[in-house]
Design a protein around this ligand. Sequence first.
Ligand code: NAI
Length: 722
Amino acid sequence: MITTEINASIGHLIIDLPGRSMNVFTPALADEMGRQFERLVGDDAIKAIVISSAKSSFIAGADLEQMADLAGPDVSPADALQRISCYGNLFRRIETCGKPVVAAASGTALGAGLELMLACHYRIAADNSRAQFGLPEVKLGLLPGAGGTQRLPRIIGVARSIPLLTKGTALSAQDALSLGILDEIVPPDQLRKAAETAVSEGRVKASAPWDEKGFRLPGGDCYAPANANALVAANAATHASIRDNYPAPYAILRCIYEGARLPIGKALLIEQKHFVLLVQGSVAQNMIRTLFFAKQAASKLARRPAGIAKSQVGKVGVLGAGFMGAGIAQVSAAAGIDVVLLDRDLATAQRGYDNIAQALEIEVKKGRLAQAARDALLSRIGVADSYAAFGDCDLVVEAVLEDAALKASVTKATEAATSANAIFATNTSALPINELAASSIRPENFIGLHFFSPVSRMELVEVIVGKNTSAQTLARSLDYIQQIRKTPIVVNDGYGFYTSRCVDAYIREGIRLLADGVSAALIENGGVALGMPVGPLALADEVGIDVLYHIGHLFRAREAGAWADDRHVAQNRIVDLLKECKRLGRKSGHGFYLYPGDAPKRLDTGFVGHAREIDIAEVKERLLYAQVIEAARCWADGVVVDAAEADLGAQLAWAFPSWLGGPFSFIDGIGAQAFVKQCDQFVALYGPRFEVPQLLREFETKGGRFYTDGVPVQSPLRGAAA
Ligand code: NAI
């Protein structure tokens, strides 16, 4: 785990966590490192110590499994404090050991990895364009609890630390150098030599500046005008963007403010106290469970059927060169896959290609893509107007208009041209896969791959398994998703699958609030205050009123019962009316909002409330419960199989508030019993659309939980995808 070497009176401590591609701090590693460090410190022949990594990166952070354990029911705050103090104590010991210590980073140093560097007296990094330096804890609801909030302001000043800590921004080595976080960048093969030279030339002191008498923070204390302004502005900006849903950025600001006035030893204790409050809170635990563990499992293809050889797509056909087709072609070509883009005629296919070229041009102009990479990507995409071009494709993704008859005809034409082994994937957003597969002569090769727009930026793909889809097809499709660097969730078939049903429920509850006479502005504020990126009406306009109309009628034809009547009648009336008036949302310049040219959109004043004004808390609750109940229905219908995957899908597909973890984390958080009781009250207050599915009621009576000890419980209705 740790090796030590001595060269020219300099002790080298080299970290290499076995079995992992990156070093991650664990209590065991900290313990071992502490012991080896003391050996070097205690050796009088050693003048200075250099800490480095045997891997191409330095240290990627601290072990999150330990962080998840800290919220266990039998862990007291004092226990938690004691358990995490291994990192802080080690770093403080390094800082005060009395010998000069250099951190020499071969690559990325994030979280506790960077905190370790900050505790060293001199920081060098290899010139590695892929290396990142940052304190991203806030992105999982935490703060850097091993000195990050205290040492960073003492190195680069309060004002400059604030965005790095409250946003968790990762920096390149060059930017970290410019800010003063790093002292030096050197070619990778000179890292060790440079560290030794820094020592021999006397550039490394044996103590930290903040441990010396008369130390002043660079840029002054928190009352220096620039710092005070930065703190106030950060507080206001945090409140505007996340309201009070996420405690971590506020805790970080408090750590900076409280800690900057104190000697470092006391300041570090304040930081640890805030860390424990966060790590034992539900927000951080929800975020860690979903955004780390569920995401990691999904990207490692946890749902891939076993025993099937790993595959690679060499050539993909994309059918329909419109908005989605062009995006799918682009991300495939970006992953090195050859693409053929086919539309009803060559000119339309060429238009799709031109749109990709244009999108890439913008990336090049912004410096996010090299010209050569753009050229290489485009050279992999060909256009065609004949199905014969699909002859050697391993996979064809269909992205023609959302029309079942059209999809049936292109399925037949594609299958006539492709090999018996080729997969046919439809990108439909709502049509049941089993119904579409009815026109297929190879239903075992038929699958749903639901991408999200814009494809280049949205990382999720919802994989829909039909009743005849083979395990082979599922495994190969998952391999393709991994190849194009997206994250899959696997669901069973049904109208709207999982994600389209839930996002639709959010939008429609917003429209229902409008039908109930609540003002549009309050509805939109309620959505944002809940933590959704946009209100339900703005989202309706983005999706398009014509699409909502189509989906509304599709769902209406398949949903039965009092809850379905209640859900559709009032909402559909408004959607139908808007469609009749050709107010289709953003695309027509007018929907719930007006889109006046280049000016920002504004709510149509026709939507002021008329019947009653309600508390925003009711708006938030209705918008939240509408989504969660729909997710629970998907679970009861057997569409959703795995709660963790469904929670991840909720966040990645329709930006369900990450502070709540996901619909199933939310139910567990308040308890199934309380959830059902609350829904029963909503039925009485607002209508039967808040009815919970019978299966959830039974689950609740048995004391069910979706996660036990952090492990998601599988749906009792496991189908083909299970
Ligand atoms: P689009 O209208 O931008 O593109 C559809 C393309 O299909 C057009 O280029 C059209 O010329 C082509 N097409 C029509 N008939 C054809 C035929 N007979 N042969 C070959 N090509 C033909 O539509 P968009 O938005 O790209 O949607 C495509 C599919 O993706 C739909 O099923 C939609 O539900 C689904 N989807 C759309 C999302 C979105 O946000 N727009 C998100 C997820 C899925």
